[in-house]
Design a protein around this ligand. Structure first.
Ligand code: NAD
Length: 314
């Protein structure tokens, strides 16, 4: 099978597990990894038996087709720009950037350099959401009226002034930008439309960070449905979505989808292993490179997801 040659940039945080997922992709040859932290770079490359690439210039001069950027949000634009200008296709982690201006610049630069820009909204690639989409499209619960979703964790409690998540300018919206944004993107995927208007609140003072600790937004979607997304960085891990239709209710879990309607309760099993969504996301990026096709989650989609949060925050 023809494989896309990929370099992973940013390996000492979430990038470590991403390296594992990239190694499992059928159509990807992970030809190297790069990080500005050379010590970590050498350690991870030894651990995972991967080729360390010590400088960004060497990445740009390498024969890789594309890069995966697993670096802090405020670094996304600079790296995407350097890679795009060197003709490398870009998969940038979510959020696309921290500001609308930066996102628009990234989209423009990638377009001008004729490279693919995909944004790492991996959650929509989870088998449970692919199944949910199939069921919604086959009218299992009728027209979608409301959606309630929450993605939370306790990560805010362990942030220190050394971490970029600590600061509102480096991570505007806190948990909503990091976790809630996955649900926002997934809601747009499931309903096949985006938001028309959005309102909500953010709150702070529950952790020691200089950032917000939780957010709650309500969107009115283009199809007139309402969608609530909540996200806290100081609460136990949660990832939930319930969809209310005009004929039934759909609860989405990792291993099953439960549909309740006038006909009773129905459970549909879902086979999902940790990492499935990432492997599927990266394989789709590689397919776009190899087949010269458009990504499912392009820069424009990444910008809409970001704006749904910034419209409330600013
Ligand atoms: N899709 C998901 O589910 C998911 C989960 C976690 C994090 N993320 C995203 O991944 C990105 C990274 O998050 P993280 O938690 O791993 O951050 P992190 O700070 O823990 O790690 C970032 C890594 O990038 C490296 N780095 C920083 N600047 C660099 C540069 N200029 N060149 C090369 N390497 C550089 C750092 O040395 C570090 O190894 C963020 O955009 C975040 O939103 C996505």
């Amino acid at each position: 099978m023809k494989k896309a040659k990929i370099v992973l940039i940013g390996i000492n945080g979430f990038g470590k597990s991403i390296a594992r997922h990239l190694q499992k992709c059928e159509n990807i040859d992970l030809i190297g990894i790069h990080d500005i932290n050379t010590e970590a770079l050498m350690e991870v490359s030894r651990l995972f038996n991967l080729t360390p690439i010590k400088t960004l210039d060497e990445v740009l001069q390498s024969d890789c087709d594309g890069v995966v950027l697993e670096v802090p949000n405020h670094v996304h634009l600079a790296l995407a720009k350097a890679c795009a200008e060197a003709g490398k296709h870009v998969l940038v982690e979510k959020p696309i950037t921290n500001t609308v201006e930066e996102a628009e610049e990234m989209i423009r630069i990638c377009r001008e350099n004729n490279v693919i820009l995909q944004v790492g909204h991996s959650t929509r690639f989870c088998p449970r959401y692919r199944k949910a989409k199939e069921l919604l499209d086959s009218n299992e619960i009728g027209k979608v009226v409301m959606i309630e979703a929450n993605s939370s964790s306790e990560k805010g409690k362990s942030q220190t002034p050394e971490s970029w998540r600590y600061y509102r300018d480096k991570c505007p919206g806190g948990p909503m930008l990091q976790l809630g944004i996955h649900l926002i993107d997934t809601i747009f995927y499931l309903t096949g439309c985006v938001y028309r208007s959005v309102t909500g609140y953010f709150t702070e003072g529950f952790s020691d960070t200089d950032n917000v600790d939780a957010g709650a937004i309500v969107m009115k979607l283009e199809n007139d449905a309402l969608a609530y997304v909540g996200s806290s960085y100081v609460s136990p891990h949660t990832h939930e979505m319930v969809i209310y239709g005009d004929r039934g209710k759909m609860e989405i879990y990792t291993d099953k989808i439960v549909i309740t309607s006038a006909e009773g309760k129905k459970e549909i099993n879902v086979e999902e292993k940790p990492g499935d969504s990432f492997i599927s996301q990266f394989e789709s990026f590689a397919r776009c490179i190899l087949e010269k096709s458009e990504p499912e989650v392009d820069g424009r989609m990444g910008l809409i997801n970001l704006k749904a949060i910034l419209d409330v925050l600013n």
